[in-house]
Write a protein that binds this ligand. Structure first.
Ligand code: PEP
Length: 259
């Protein structure tokens, strides 16, 4: 079963819409057809950048996809400040993060809300990238597998097998996000395998083998190849390094770096 790797850049609250255009132009200039044959490339800009990014991608027929860092669990109505999956889908948005640890933490999002947002993405034909992962105290006391699988169970509890088939999962240990402290390839693989086995039990072997599991947490161009060499890791969710175009291109080209 081959799973085409997905390299996703989460810009977080960085790059205004003019900087976003320049950034995507740099990516488009540097990345070649052979890169897009090997990996799917995704950028996750702030909402205010999205229309500019979409216009550029469409006008120049770029093979770069764009997605949202979050979305509302509701489709429309009196929800001041929220962004609907209906609108995102209409714009051509192909992916949305749900349950990023910064939203679970700073915005106090529960796994129940993450599940509702995941369902909102799916009903609008947007692929949710559901983020899970343990904080450092849980890693230190050795309960990281149980913690992460519980979070996954709670974040997907209402979803049918057919719905789960259409999501991607990002394992993002909280202690590695934005800290410069990356999981070892072996630690990342251990959790990805646990997640894959959980998916086999929850869906089927065929569905689980077709699903993408990403790693995220302080990935750089110098560390991407080691993580991507692991058999159960099918992509990277990149934060800080994704706003440096040369770094991000280097990550997309991990296959040329050697382990
Ligand atoms: C992220 O925000 O999802 C992330 C992995 O950030 P960083 O690469 O900066 O650790």
């Amino acid at each position: 079963m081959t799973r085409k790797p997905l390299i996703a850049g989460n810009w977080k609250m960085n790059l205004n819409h003019l900087e976003a255009i320049a950034h995507v132009q740099r990516l488009a200039f540097s990345l070649k057809e052979e890169d897009f044959e090997e990996v799917d490339v995704l950028v996750l800009p702030p909402f205010t950048d999205m229309r500019s990014v979409q216009t550029l991608i469409d006008a120049d027929r770029l093979r770069i996809a764009f997605g949202a860092q979050d979305l509302s669990d509701k489709d429309n109505g009196a929800y001041t400040g929220q962004i609907s999956g209906v609108f995102l889908s209409k714009l051509g948005c192909k992916y949305a993060l749900t349950g990023h640890s910064e939203r679970r933490g700073i915005n106090a999002e529960s796994s129940e809300l993450v599940m509702q947002k995941t369902k909102a993405a799916l009903r609008n034909n947007i692929t949710p990238i559901v983020c899970v992962g343990e904080p450092s105290d849980i890693r230190k006391n050795g309960n990281h597998v149980t913690y992460t699988l519980d979070q996954l169970e709670q974040s997907l509890s209402d979803l049918t097998k057919e719905m789960i088939k259409d999501i991607a999962i990002a394992y993002e240990p909280v202690w590695a996000i934005g800290t410069g402290e990356i999981a070892t390839p072996q630690d990342a693989e251990q959790m990805a395998l646990e997640i894959r086995n959980w998916l086999v039990d929850r869906t089927s072997l065929t569905i689980a083998q077709g699903m993408r599991i990403l790693y995220g947490g302080s990935v750089k161009s110098s560390t991407a190849a080691g993580i991507m060499a692991m058999p159960n890791i099918d992509g990277l969710l990149v934060g800080g390094a994704s706003i440096d175009p040369d770094e991000f291109v280097g990550i997309c080209r991990y296959r040329l770096a050697g382990v």
